[in-house]
Design a protein around this ligand. Structure first.
Ligand code: PA5
Length: 424
């Protein structure tokens, strides 16, 4: 279960930088309008990422994994939305994946075409028991395709016949170079629904194939996401996505144009990166947007917090924490001079105290901050987390009047790269 504590966003708690009662009243009607509009769109099937979660079947993935027990490593090669969600899943649920026997070692390698990184990867895999999962919605992104071309050449050299079984594609069902390549060489392909863009694709085969290769419970992840859609539809105006988006929009209208996401668990750092893409690519257009910044709790208390509490006021702060950690370490009596106060203290408790202290410091300095709490971190709550933030960004787009599903700025740079490399 996920809960949101937004107290420290309001003027009555943190003073004049918080959301004032006047602003709340001014936008009360807007909150109802946006809630109703998004709920209506969901009911009419207007959002591909919601439809796909509702109807997603996992059978083709479980069949593929059952038929290919020889796979010991899966290298996932994709970038941006074809990469960050899978990474977030693996990091958040790594401890759970470890308990699965036998599980596949899943490596993510799409985000850098740096030659040194290719060496790093080649040192870590045994090609004969590796499958390369090439993930690209467009089937053309150069960082991904250049790696596919390289690994194809390497595998063809190693195995003139049957090299194809070392590849699986996750791509558009009808278009793109990968789609054509799959047809030509009969390469196993999983589809990304035509109306689901990269940054909304974590709960399609893009994220679910790596998740199931790790042995994770993808059904539970989908259930968490589906329950979040249900909860939103029951009470759009008071749902978590609405509260997050409304608060961020009100702060935006008061001049706070960046939002810092700061998880207080190392298991959620990749989730923070996923959020960063979701917010930036969905909202940053037409001269508008809330710039997302990622910070690590508690490490960035010792790096960024000085600015956050006393520098120029430009952000709201969004902590994500876990109420009940899967594991913990508790100290006995500490007999180190000056450190006796640590006796009986535990690590989960320390994270909790650090989060509370940071939230208090920020509030005390008049800096708006909020906390999203997961009762525990498991596939179900991770599914909830993804869906709540996807719905929140859709609501924010509705508040701000921007299309959250395109990314013309990204496409422009892609076209320039293709032109420079001589692609027709
Ligand atoms: O969210 C998006 O649309 C982008 O970040 C894409 O995911 C990214 O550019 C990769 O594109 P593709 O999946 O087509 O290779």
């Amino acid at each position: 279960m996920i809960t949101a504590n937004l107290e420290n966003l309001f003027a009555h708690k943190i003073g004049k930088n918080g959301i004032s009662q006047e602003t709340e009243h001014e936008f009360a009607q807007e909150r109802v309008r946006v809630g109703e509009a998004v709920a209506k769109n969901i009911s009419h099937g207007a959002y591909g990422f919601v439809n796909s979660v509702k109807h997603q079947s996992l059978k083709s993935i479980s069949d593929y994994l059952a038929e290919n027990k020889w796979i010991k490593s899966m290298v996932v090669i994709g970038i941006g939305g074809s990469d960050l969600g899978g990474r977030a899943i693996r990091q958040a649920l790594a401890s759970e994946a470890k308990t699965q026997h036998p599980h596949i070692n899943v490596l993510f390698h799409g985000d850098s075409p740096d030659p040194a990184d290719i060496d790093w990867l080649l040192d870590r895999i045994a090609p004969t028991n590796t499958v390369f999962n090439i993930v690209s919605k467009s089937g053309g992104t150069v960082e991904t395709m250049i790696q596919y071309a390289l690994f194809k050449q390497k595998m063809q050299k190693l195995k003139s016949k049957n090299w194809q079984r070392h590849f699986v594609f996750t791509t558009d069902p009808d278009e793109g170079a990968l789609h054509k390549e799959a047809k030509l060489h009969k390469i196993k392909t999983f589809s990304i629904p035509e109306d689901v863009g990269g940054r909304y694709s974590v709960l399609t085969h893009v994220g679910l194939l790596p998740a199931m290769a790790l042995g994770l419970d993808a059904h539970a992840m989908l259930e968490g996401a589906r329950d979040s859609i249900k909860k939103f539809l029951e009470q759009p105006v008071n749902s978590i996505p609405m509260l997050v988006s409304w608060a961020q929009y009100l702060l935006y209208s008061q001049g706070i144009k960046t939002s810092v996401i700061m998880p207080y668990s190392a298991r959620l750092n990749e989730f923070g990166q996923w959020y960063r893409q979701l917010w930036a690519e969905s909202l940053g257009k037409e001269g508008k947007g809330i710039l997302p910044i990622f910070a690590k709790g508690p490490a960035d208390q010792h790096s960024q917090l000085q600015f956050y509490t006393q520098g120029e006021l430009m952000s709201s702060f969004w902590f994500v924490n876990i109420a009940n950690h899967d594991t913990n370490h508790t100290l006995g009596e500490v007999d180190i001079a000056g450190l006796e106060y640590l006796s009986g203290k535990d690590f989960a408790g320390l994270l909790n105290v650090e989060h509370q202290a940071t939230a208090e410091s920020l509030a005390n300095a008049g800096r708006p901050n909020a906390t999203i709490t997961l009762d525990k971190l498991d596939p179900y709550t991770l599914g909830e987390l993804f869906m709540n933030f996807e719905l929140a960004v859709v609501c924010l787009g509705e508040f701000m009047g921007v299309n959250v599903f395109d990314q013309p700025g990204v496409e422009d740079s892609k076209q320039r790269i293709y032109a420079m490399l001589g692609r027709q």
